[in-house]
Design a protein around this ligand. Structure first.
Ligand SMILES: [Fe+2]
Ligand SMILES: [Fe+2]
Length: 219
């Protein structure tokens, strides 16, 4: 049976977030507490990741939740509670990153272990949260809005993402989706952007990937 494929504003970005969650979790677990370079790089990576997750949460609150609640009052209540929990997680994780960055090498291991456990709990919470959004909120969104309206809402979100965060989203999403889907997404982006801005964005994504590869080879 062929069912009509509706627009899904969660699909690509949630794949990217899931992939980046896993990469960060592994990076925390594998970091050498005695290595200044690895710890500095890890703290920067987790801070960037939390910034990306925070942007995603704020965009959902400001655009998707506002729009859905206007047509289905109360539909986003559970997801909004999850978002509040996530904000608490961001604060607790940042409260571990600062002492990790400042600690002498011999004092880092317990902070690193606490970060690993707390980040793992956040990932577990967010995996359930994203499943709720995809399983409960998405059918509500698709029932309340046409695909054209959903694309317009998604476009509003994309338009507000600053370039430095767009690099993080693209880097995460492109490695997490089939190549053909990534190509289609980039083609659509290129069509809506000035050529120089698109080229600069893709160069930043490439630089970020290359930096990660060279770090992995140096380790
Ligand atoms: Fe969310
Ligand atoms: Fe989400």
């Amino acid at each position: 049976m062929i069912t009509e494929r509706r627009h899904d504003p969660y699909g690509a970005v949630h794949k990217g977030i899931r992939a980046a969650h896993m990469r960060c979790l592994v990076a925390i677990g594998a970091a050498d507490a005695a290595s200044d370079a690895q710890i500095a790089r890890l703290v920067a990576e987790i801070n960037e990741h939390l910034a990306m997750c925070g942007t995603h949460l704020e965009d959902e609150n400001a655009v998707l939740h506002v729009a859905l609640d206007a047509r289905r009052p109360g539909a986003t209540a559970h997801a909004a509670e999850d978002h509040d929990d996530h904000l608490a997680s961001f604060a607790e994780l940042k409260a571990l990153l600062s002492p990790l960055a400042a600690a002498a090498p011999g004092n880092r291991a317990p902070v690193l272990a606490a970060l690993y456990r707390r980040f793992g709990r956040f990932v577990a919470d967010d995996l359930l949260h994203m499943e709720h959004e995809e399983h409960v909120l998405l059918p509500d969104l698709q029932a309340a809005f046409t695909d054209e309206e959903l694309r317009e809402l998604e476009g509003r979100i994309v338009a507000t993402i600053p370039p430095e965060h767009m690099v993080l989203f693209l880097d995460a999403m492109l490695e997490a989706m089939p190549k053909a889907d990534g190509t289609a997404m980039l083609d659509a982006m290129r069509a809506g952007m000035p050529p120089a801005a698109y080229a600069a964005l893709m160069q930043a994504v490439e630089d970020r990937r290359r930096g990660r590869t060279s770090m992995a080879h140096a380790a």
